[in-house]
Write a protein that binds this ligand. Structure first.
Ligand SMILES: C[S@@+](CC[C@H](N)C(=O)[O-])C[C@H]1O[C@@H](n2cnc3c(N)ncnc32)[C@H](O)[C@@H]1O
Length: 324
């Protein structure tokens, strides 16, 4: 956890493309003012509170808030807050005090963290509501040292922008709702709605959940057999994700796994095709100034040359590709 952040606040959004306004039953939300093409960066900002949701301890949230400069504290306190019963119990357990005993400002700080941290807490990005089929991807760009929010499919004027608060691509509706309950709402997005289409989508999500388990159960043991098996699974996963409009960076993960298997199987042309797909996702999800896109560009060029000669791809290139 980083407590000290004296870097100036960097906060930008595409004012001509998006606006912040009420969203029916969801509080504030972010909407397209005009048609926005896939890949457009709509928000770029550094976090207000940099405590990762995956490593947070509740006792660290208030001190982190108190460490912020007053202007950032003020911005933070403008955000929406919600503290569910489970969250309050955790707080009580960790602090040894009842929720009501805590100072009001501490309760507010904690409730804002609980409602807004999907990753870090952002002043602009945290206004984006959730969907299990999001149309925006968010990612940290270590070169800009900012979180960038990109539209991942074409969006029409008036449409609400959404992100996925959880790693829910390969989860069923019940599993997703279980995780979302900490944000205090029942998801009614197109993947969760109780309609014929909603149930069809849910069947596909259930298929993804099974494939995800199959992938986890298939050993990455260095044998060609295991790579073939993993390749088959991720091919099926990527086809479902694409057809279901699940276009965020989880799609990159399955493409990456496919490319890795092809490289290990020495199927260089196929590996190159998967890498092209990774680059496409990187380009629209994080942009060409992101180091992961740049790395892929270089790897793709090395592999393209090896395929055109043709000559084997060196172990060094394969290892570099594998390294995060
Ligand atoms: C990160 S904030 C999003 C911005 C918030 N709507 C606001 O007014 O600032 C998360 C909160 O927004 C609401 N929210 C987000 N996505 C929602 C959804 N799909 N359906 C209903 N409420 C949602 C919930 O109250 C949730 O706790």
């Amino acid at each position: 956890m980083r407590l000290t952040r004296h870097a100036p606040v960097k906060r930008w959004y595409a004012e001509d493309l998006i606006e912040f306004k009420e969203s029916a039953q969801k509080g504030l939300g972010v909407f397209a003012k005009t048609n926005i093409p896939r890949g457009t960066r709509v928000i770029s900002e550094n976090a207000l509170l940099e405590i990762d949701i995956k490593t947070v301890t509740l006792n660290s949230i208030v001190p982190a808030f108190e460490h912020l400069p007053p202007s950032q504290q003020k911005s933070y306190l403008e955000l929406y807050g919600y503290a569910g019963e489970l969250f309050k119990h955790f707080v009580e357990y960790e602090t040894g005090k009842s929720w009501q005993e805590l100072p009001e400002v501490h309760r507010k700080v904690l409730a804002i963290y609980a409602a807004n941290a999907f990753g870090y807490v952002f002043f602009l990005g945290s206004r984006i509501n959730h969907s299990c089929i999001p149309n925006v991807n968010f990612a940290y760009n270590p070169i800009l040292r900012e979180e960038v929010f990109h539209v991942i499919r074409d969006i029409v004027a008036g449409e609400e922008l959404t992100v996925m608060y959880i790693d829910g691509t390969n989860l069923t509706q019940g599993q997703r709702q279980n995780e979302l309950s900490r944000y205090g709402f029942q998801c009614t997005c197109p993947a969760c709605e109780d309609t014929v289409q909603g149930r069809q989508r849910e069947r596909k999500r259930a298929e993804l959940a099974i494939l995800d388990q199959e992938l986890a159960a298939t050993a990455d043991d260095g044998t060609n057999e295991s790579y073939r098996k993993r390749l088959q699974v991720v091919q099926k996963m990527s086809a479902i994700q694409k057809s279901e409009g699940l276009l965020n960076r989880q799609l990159r993960f399955v493409y990456y796994e496919a490319a890795k298997c092809c490289l290990k199987l020495k199927e260089q042309t196929m590996a190159y095709l998967w890498i092209e797909k990774i680059m496409e996702v990187d380009l629209y999800c994080v942009g060409k100034d992101h180091p992961e896109y740049r790395k892929m560009l270089t790897i793709a060029e090395v592999i393209r040359r090896a395929v055109s000669v043709p000559e084997p791809i060196s172990e060094g290139t394969v290892e570099w590709f594998m390294k995060d």
